[in-house]
Design a protein around this ligand. Structure first.
Ligand SMILES: Nc1ncnc2c1ncn2[C@@H]1O[C@@H]2COP(=O)(O)O[C@H]2[C@H]1O
Length: 721
């Protein structure tokens, strides 16, 4: 196992990947990068800028730095303008300083406009860098108007209101959105977003208290210093005369209103009441936002901890409720403690889940590369495979004395040692056969299906963690995936496993033959499965064809039905003509009516017969789709049936003249009964009789009936004689 590190060092893809990663880092961080051809790009070359075509990428560092610088003039203006306006003494005492700072901030505002006009913007995800387009984009935007208004030379109003009124520069506050942009960018970049958020909130509250303090002083000056307990005390009093005292008193008063809501001197005048009401309303909001923000920060810190480390409190409560032994609880507590103290992050995949795969891969490569580069089997893997592999590793931490796997267990994963020492121990748990350390791997034998392995998918040894050990586990499925694409690594792993198995005497000699046989069977099964799949596809296709031909046949049957209906109508007409004739001849009307009924029923029975016959033909002749045979035969049958029935009817007509009513009725009923019976006959019987017989039977019976009639007629004639 220790020799693993020496193998395959040359041509090591991991090392190359590591070098590539480091090179990447150097390019990102270093002043002087190394270009593709390996030549150094000098700083001079980098600084050679074509100013006419100079544009700024908002994602680059220069823009970030500039926008951070812009925080200064914006904050300066938002704090100092109001201060100088309300505290005239402060304004006049440091006038040269203020004027210098004023115009410096104006200069920065101007430069900011120039930079903004050169800053590219994204159009459909592509950075626009064309200067004419950039100018147009900025000049027609509302930002330009705002920036222009913030830089209007309102200082000329000093000539009207005097130098002690810096309020004329209040338009400089229109650049506040730039401050927000800068803070937002800072928040996304900072490593401590919660601290940053709290600091930002505190700065906003500070500026608010500052403004309130300035206004309080201005209101006190307007009402008269020291005129009541609420306003600023008399400034002629030396105790309250100094500029510092003036400002600090006002700031304290203002902070008192905002924080200890209501615990301030009672207002005396309406102006004071109005000021207090406005302040108290704002104070409520400030208080709410402080509580809300701090609450958010605490929650997000807890969330972060919960994602980084599993929730210990919950587990503790669970263990308590289930009366788990003290010894086991102690072990669990130690495990948590180890994770927290050593900042072991177990849920990497969950934490990085939101990132796109390529970024996750890069992170995984940079975090786990040093460990994996020490594992021999992966040293000659292709880069893409390694990247895939690195995403499949799951970190696991084991405490001292804990068993990672026990002999005889079913193996589901293999392990790579990141840190720590583990021992291959005998069943007594003490006798050590081997010690595995960083960069070694184990647990592969039971998941590799090594030919001739007597233990099958069972663990061949006990593995115990000597101290705390950090492992990566790789599931059987993931390993199989990777190895199926990388047979060299597979045979290396198998070879190592085979060596161990031979040492243990757990490798069967003839195992290979059996395994080969098993493989052959496997391939055969696979082939059969493939064939079955093909057959299934063919069957599906045939079913579709059958369905389409069925629908065609149905359409045809309908057409034929309509034809038969037309034919029977024609027949009816013919019969009716005859009947009228018969009636005219004085034949009994009742007999005629009964015959009509019988005919009607017979015809109905005929229609149904034809339909059934066709349906049967349909089902028999589906495959003969389009050959017209079935249609033809159906037509013929229908015609035959219609014709076959006719003589019967004719004969019956003849009989009517000679038979009495009762006899005639009986015969008509018989015939109907026969027709009905044929209809309700079970399908199997009909099939047995055959269609030809069925249609011929109608005819035969009619003929029989007519013969009978004739014989009876003869008998009667003889009797009469
Ligand atoms: N003598 C040994 N030396 C090193 N590793 C071993 C030894 N015996 C067993 N192992 C490892 O311990 C693992 C236990 O589970 P597996 O049988 O899956 O795979 C085994 C091997 O990777």
């Amino acid at each position: 196992m220790d020799k693993q590190g020496d193998l395959g060092i040359r041509n090591n893809q991991w090392q190359r990947l590591l070098r590539w990663h480091r090179g990447h880092k150097a390019n990102e961080g270093g002043e002087d990068g190394v270009n593709d051809k390996g030549k150094h790009i000098s700083l001079d070359q980098k600084l050679k800028v074509n100013w006419k075509e100079w544009t700024v990428d908002p994602a680059e560092q220069f823009y970030y730095v500039w926008i951070q610088l812009m925080i200064l003039p914006v904050v300066y203006n938002s704090v100092i303008i109001i201060l100088r306006t309300c505290f005239t003494k402060i304004a006049l005492s440091y006038l040269p300083v203020w004027l210098t700072l004023d115009y410096l901030s104006d200069l920065m505002y101007m430069v900011d406009m120039i930079i903004t006009v050169h800053t590219g913007y994204l159009d459909q995800g592509i950075l626009v860098k064309d200067l004419t387009q950039l100018k147009k984009h900025y000049l027609y935007s509302k930002h330009f108007l705002r920036d222009l208004a913030s830089l209007m030379p309102t200082d000329f109003l000093y000539f009207v209101f005097g130098i002690q009124t810096p309020l004329v520069r209040i338009n400089r506050l229109l650049r506040m959105p730039r401050l927000n942009e800068a803070l937002d960018r800072m928040e996304t970049r900072t490593s401590y977003p919660n601290t940053f958020r709290i600091s930002k909130l505190m700065i906003y509250i500070f500026v608010l208290i500052h403004w309130n303090a300035c206004l309080y002083f201005a209101l006190s000056s307007y009402i008269g210093f020291g005129s009541d307990r609420w306003v600023y005390p008399n400034i002629s009093n030396p105790e309250f005369a100094s500029m510092r005292r003036q400002y600090f008193y006002c700031f304290w008063f203002s902070a008192q209103i905002f924080t200890t809501v209501g615990d301030t001197p009672l207002p005396k005048r309406e102006e004071e009441y109005l000021f207090m009401i406005a302040d108290l309303l704002i104070a409520v909001l400030v208080f709410a936002s402080i509580v809300g923000n701090v609450g958010n920060v605490i929650t997000s810190l807890r969330d972060r901890d919960n994602v980084f480390f599993p929730n210990h409190e919950l587990v503790k409560a669970y263990l308590r409720s289930h009366h788990i032994s003290k010894e086991l609880r102690h072990r669990i507590d130690n495990w948590y403690q180890h994770l927290h103290i050593n900042k072991k992050i177990m849920r990497e995949n969950e934490i990085l889940q939101q990132l796109p795969v390529h970024l996750r891969t890069e992170i995984a490569v940079s975090v786990h590369l040093p460990t994996l580069s020490k594992v021999t089997i992966f040293q000659s893997c292709e880069k893409s495979l390694l990247e895939e592999l690195v995403l499949k590793l799951t970190p696991q931490v084991f405490s001292p004395g804990e068993f990672v796997c026990r002999k005889g267990d079913v193996g589901h994963e293999m392990y790579i040692i990141k840190e720590g020492k583990l021992a291959v121990v005998a069943d007594d748990g003490v006798t050590e056969f081997a010690v595995l350390s960083e960069g070694n791997f184990f647990g592969e034998i039971s998941i590799l299906n090594i030919k001739g392995n007597k233990s099958g998918n069972r663990r061949t040894a006990n593995i115990r963690s000597i101290g705390h050990s950090d492992l990566f586990s790789l599931s059987k499925e993931d390993l199989t995936d990777v190895l199926s694409e990388f047979p060299a690594a597979k045979s290396l792993l198998e070879e190592k496993g085979r060596q161990i198995l031979t040492k243990m005497g757990m490798l069967e000699e003839n195992g290979e033959g059996e395994v080969e046989e098993a493989e052959k069977v496997d391939t055969k099964i696979k082939r059969l499965e493939n064939k079955l799949e093909i057959l299934q596809t063919k069957l599906a296709r045939l079913m579709v064809e059958l369905e389409s031909s069925n629908s065609k046949m149905q359409a045809r049957v309908e057409q034929l039905e309509s034809e038969v209906a037309a034919l029977s109508q024609l027949l009816e007409c013919g019969e009716e003509g005859k009947r009228t004739q018969g009636r005219g001849e004085g034949v009994g009307g009742e007999v005629g009516w009964e015959r009509e009924e019988a005919e009607g029923e017979e015809e109905e029975g005929l229609d149904a017969k034809v339909q059934k016959q066709r349906q049967r033909e349909d089902s028999n002749d589906v495959t003969k789709e389009g050959d017209g045979e079935s249609t033809k035969s159906t037509k013929e049958n229908v015609e035959r049936m219609v014709e076959g029935d006719k003589p019967g009817l004719k004969d019956a007509d003849d009989q009517k003249e000679n038979k009495n009513e009762g006899e005639k009725k009986e015969k008509g009923d018989d015939r109907l009964g026969k027709g009905d019976g044929a209809e309700i006959e079970p399908e199997e019987e009909k099939e047995e009789k055959g269609e030809g017989i069925e249609s011929g039977e109608g005819r035969g019976r009619a003929e029989e009936d007519s013969e009978k009639g004739k014989m009876e007629q003869k008998d009667e004639g003889q009797k009469n004689k």
